[in-house]
Design a protein around this ligand. Structure first.
Ligand code: NDP
Ligand code: GDR
Length: 324
């Protein structure tokens, strides 16, 4: 049987790198959409880190340009399409609300429309987010919990989510949406709190810095490992019927607790090293997220394998190694 072909938007991001690795291991031909950058030398740094950049065919395009999506679909003829591309940093979405709407929201609509026209048999994955829940309405969030987006990012993701559901119901596309809770790794962008913490702890351990400035220490998140979460993305597209799934660990911890684990792993006292800087607070906060992954467990046989302690240890060790 010929290799299956996958197209990934957001291939240069954290999840794009781990998903590429998973699909290559499964024998897929992996294609990725990349956007042109003036800093061409840093494109694909994460793929390089995993040693797989040469095994992926990269195509120049942009989620905001439907003509590029149509051209790439015609060239690649993918069996599976994973839409991971987004302006994904929540804090920036207040600074760039319309760009976030264009890329994170309309970008998904562009891709769905291009698929309807050019590749209606392909299976589609949309990277939805636990941010869509926003205000706490149920102690544990599941596929039936109502949404209440609290940022331009979350509002854009909600549009993309409902467009995915709508294209499935209107046109019969095999389109699934993974409502993924926070997932991290050594490949996490440095602006996100977990990586900022593990990088900061490594710097303090090595005597390069003394302080780590953060925003809201009491926010709670359900943190898993990206390597585990890309398995769930793939599993969704192997189902006969497309559907929506929550992917989470079922455990929540505060930013403060994440810090405590990271400092302890490095053999440091957290004490005076942490300071709160109002610059890192948000206009509106999502106070707590805690997912119920029962449906993913039952239907996909998916489970998170990495504990929070294991995740923190891997991230701190990787940052210590990077910096030393
Ligand atoms: P990253 O921020 O690491 O990666 C985002 C990717 O999107 C990058 O490859 C980026 O390319 C690409 N991108 C940005 N703008 C465009 C554009 N206009 N056209 C095409 N591609 C673009 O995100 P993650 O890997 O962490 O997340 C993957 C997806 O999952 C995102 O959609 C995110 O919103 C969503 N998500 C993530 C969660 C998490 O905890 N990580 C949880 C729930 C959802 P470039 O390298 O050029 O910037
Ligand atoms: P989040 O991730 O907004 O949940 O979105 P982030 O790591 O940015 O924030 C998590 C929580 O930590 C608090 N926080 C800080 N955050 C950052 N970035 N920097 C700080 O200094 C800091 N101090 C405290 C935040 O206020 C927040 O409560 C991520 C992204 O990957 C999204 O794309 C994805 O959809 C969601 O996870 C699920």
């Amino acid at each position: 049987m010929a290799n299956r072909t996958a197209l990934i938007t957001g291939v240069t991001g954290q999840d794009g790198a781990y998903l590429s690795q998973l699909l290559l291991d499964k024998g897929y031909d992996v294609h990725g959409l990349i956007r042109r950058s003036a800093s061409a030398d840093v494109i694909g740094a994460r793929l390089d880190w995993l040693g797989i950049k040469d095994q992926i065919t990269l195509h120049d395009g942009n989620l905001t340009d439907i003509t590029s999506l149509i051209r790439i679909l015609r060239d690649v003829r993918p069996d599976e399409i994973y839409n991971l591309g987004a302006q994904s940093f929540v804090k920036s979405s207040w600074h760039q609300p319309l760009l976030t709407g264009s890329v994170t929201g309309m970008g998904a609509a562009n891709l769905l429309e291009a698929i309807r026209l050019e590749a209606p048999e392909a299976r589609f994955y949309q990277a939805s987010s636990s941010e869509m829940y926003g205000l706490i309405q149920e102690e544990k969030q599941s596929e039936t919990t109502p949404f209440y987006p609290r940022s331009p990012y979350a509002a854009a993701k909600l549009y993309a989510h409902w467009m995915t559901v709508n294209y499935r119901e209107s046109f019969g596309l095999h389109a699934s949406s993974g409502i993924l809770f926070n997932h991290e790794s050594p490949l996490r962008g440095i602006e996100f709190v977990t990586r900022k913490i593990t990088d900061g702890v490594a710097r303090i351990k090595l005597g390069l810095e003394d302080k780590l400035a953060l925003g809201n220490l009491e926010a709670k998140r359900d943190w898993g490992h990206a390597r585990d979460y890309v398995r769930a993305m793939w599993a969704m597209l192997q189902q006969d019927t497309p559907d929506d799934y929550v992917v989470a660990t079922g455990r929540t911890a505060s930013v403060r607790e994440f810090c405590e684990l990271a400092f302890a792993h490095a053999g440091l006292e957290m004490g005076a090293h942490i300071e709160v800087d109002p610059r890192f607070l948000r206009p509106a906060e999502v106070d707590v997220l805690l997912g119920n992954p029962a449906k993913a467990r039952e239907k996909l046989g998916w489970e998170a394998e990495t504990t929070l302690e294991g995740l923190v240890a891997e991230m701190v060790d990787a940052d210590l190694q990077r910096l030393s």
